[in-house]
Structures are given as structure tokens and as C-alpha cells.
Design a binder for this molecule. Structure first.
Ligand SMILES: Cc1cc2nc3c(=O)[nH]c(=O)nc-3n(C[C@H](O)[C@H](O)[C@H](O)COP(=O)(O)O)c2cc1C
Length: 260
């Protein structure tokens, strides 16, 4: 049923302001992690409406708003699309699990972070079809692809994930759809000029939200020039880090030191 066509008391509800969020903006930003395990609780349309409202407030080039969102919950096409993407996810993850050596080295130890990640990913793909909501963010192109066109759809995806966090839900951005792009377009009637930009999964987290872990701020921020040390770029006390990512560069040269 279309939200806008509901009548009576429901109509009043739909016209209501957005629900109050449960966390402040900065806290939400720094604790929005990829959530891959969900309870079976359905996500109410009111919550989806708030998340999509937030998503569509994102910026885009010339404010063209080329983003569109296909929301898949429990209709017959949603079920078929979830199956297609789920099968692709299992195929892609099984290849990555092997090529990236998730079961060797520290991955062979049950309690290592690597083994935990592998278990979480396996459960994510094995139970893909049960995920309450899958959203396909799309970009309607009006010209040939450009390097910056993603900036007119991906900020909207992050807004969606942040809004989910604000309302006590969680999600993950994934690229599983790319492996079944043609089949998905065919199933859902996506026009040729439109890029299906990713797959966002959403639901009530089965675990907890926690602080996002990244590399130390000083590794990621330069001042004045490439590699220039920003001595104010310090993580707040208690920040947890991750070593994920490409190998660390040699310590950046201080400005004015070393060869130029
Ligand atoms: C471009 C992009 C592609 C991603 N693809 C996948 C994916 O295919 N499967 C998945 O489980 N997570 C995917 N993620 C989620 C990242 O793995 C996750 O954001 C990253 O590991 C950091 O984890 P955190 O957000 O919990 O801190 C993707 C994220 C981005 C931005």
C-alpha cells in the first residue's frame, strides 16, 4: 500500500513530524558501524519514511537529486530480488574468503578478529533473504559517467545509514548487487540510463552499535601539503584504532624537513 494513500487516523500519522532521534549528531556519526546481523523484527513504514527523508536531504550536483531508492521488504519482487542478491553475496563472499585467506594464519584461531569477521560475513550472506529491508540506491544519469557522479548518490546512502542509527536501526552498504546487475534491472524494471549504485541492508541490530574504528587521525590528515603533519590532528582520548587498510606510509615528513 502506498503511504500517501492511507486514510483516516493513519493519514494524520503520516503527516506527523519525524520521530525524535536517540543520539546526538556527532555521537551518531562516530558510532555508525556496518551492522550485518539483524533480528527478524520488521522495520515500520514510519521509520523507513524518516530514513528515506533523511537520505533524500543529501547534497547532489546542481541539486539535481538524481538519487532514487528501491525499497525491498516483503513483496514478491522484493523476495525475488533478495534471493538474487543473496545468491550473488554467497558466491562473492566464498571467493573472497578463499583468496583473502580468511581461514589461514590468525583466521585459524576461533577467537581472532579475522575469524570473527569471517563468521559474521558468513552469517550475513547465509541469512541474506531474511534481512528485513534491502534498499537499492540508484543514480539516474543525464550524461556519460563522470568520476564524481557517485558524490550525487553515496552521501544519500550515508545519510540513510546515519538516520537508521538515529532511530535505533542499523545497516550496511554492500556491493553484492553488481554481480547480478542485469538480472536485477530486468526484475525491477530499472531503466538503462540508471545506475544501481549498491545494496543497503537494514534492520534492528542483533548486537550493539559501538565506536567506529579507523586509523589514527594523524595518518589520515595532512596540513598544507601532501604528507604535511597536522599536529592538531589528534584522536579524542580512548579512541580505538584498526590496522585495516593499505600498508602504512613511512612517517610523513614535517613541513620544512627533508627533501622537497
Ligand atoms: C564502497 C563500499 C563497499 C562495501 N562493500 C561491502 C560488501 O560488499 N559487503 C559488506 O559486508 N560490506 C561492505 N562494505 C562495508 C565495509 O566493509 C565497512 O564499512 C568497513 O569495513 C568499515 O566497517 P565499519 O563501517 O563497521 O567501521 C562496503 C563499504 C563501502 C563504503
Amino acid at each position: 500500500m502506498s503511504a500517501g494513500r492511507e486514510s483516516g487516523a493513519a493519514e494524520t500519522t503520516w503527516a506527523a513530524p519525524l520521530p525524535a532521534d536517540t543520539v546526538g549528531l556527532l555521537e551518531g556519526l562516530t558510532t555508525t558501524r556496518a551492522i550485518r546481523r539483524y533480528t527478524d523484527e520488521p522495520v515500520p513504514r514510519q521509520a523507513l519514511r524518516a530514513m528515506l527523508f533523511a537520505a533524500t536531504r543529501a547534497p547532489s550536483g546542481s541539486n539535481r537529486q538524481p538519487f532514487r531508492f528501491i525499497v525491498l521488504t516483503d513483496g514478491p519482487k522484493a523476495a525475488a530480488a533478495k534471493t538474487l542478491i543473496g545468491q550473488a553475496a554467497r558466491r562473492v563472499w566464498s571467493g573472497k574468503r578463499q583468496t583473502d585467506g580468511y581461514d589461514s594464519g590468525s583466521g585459524a584461531q576461533t577467537d581472532s578478529p579475522k575469524a570473527r569477521t569471517a563468521r559474521a560475513m558468513q552469517q550475513f550472506v547465509d541469512e541474506f533473504e531474511r534481512i528485513p529491508v534491502v534498499i537499492l540506491p540508484c543514480l539516474v544519469r543525464y550524461r556519460d559517467p563522470t568520476p564524481s557522479e557517485g558524490a550525487s548518490v553515496y552521501p544519500a546512502c550515508q545519510n540513510l545509514l546515519l538516520a537508521a542509527r538515529a532511530l535505533g536501526y542499523g545497516g550496511a552498504f554492500t556491493g553484492w548487487n553488481f554481480a547480478v546487475d542485469a538480472e536485477l534491472r530486468d526484475l525491477l524494471g530499472v531503466p538503462d540510463d540508471t545506475f544501481v549504485a549498491g545494496t543497503i541492508t537494514l534492520g534492528r541490530p542483533a548486537g550493539r552499535h559501538g565506536p567506529v574504528r579507523r586509523r589514527p587521525l594523524a595518518e589520515l590528515v595532512y596540513e598544507e601539503e601532501w604528507g604535511g603533519v597536522a599536529d592538531w590532528a589528534l584522536d579524542p582520548p580512548g579512541t580505538e584504532h584498526t590496522s585495516a587498510g593499505p600498508p602504512r606510509p613511512a612517517t610523513p615528513a614535517r613541513r620544512g624537513e627533508g627533501p622537497r
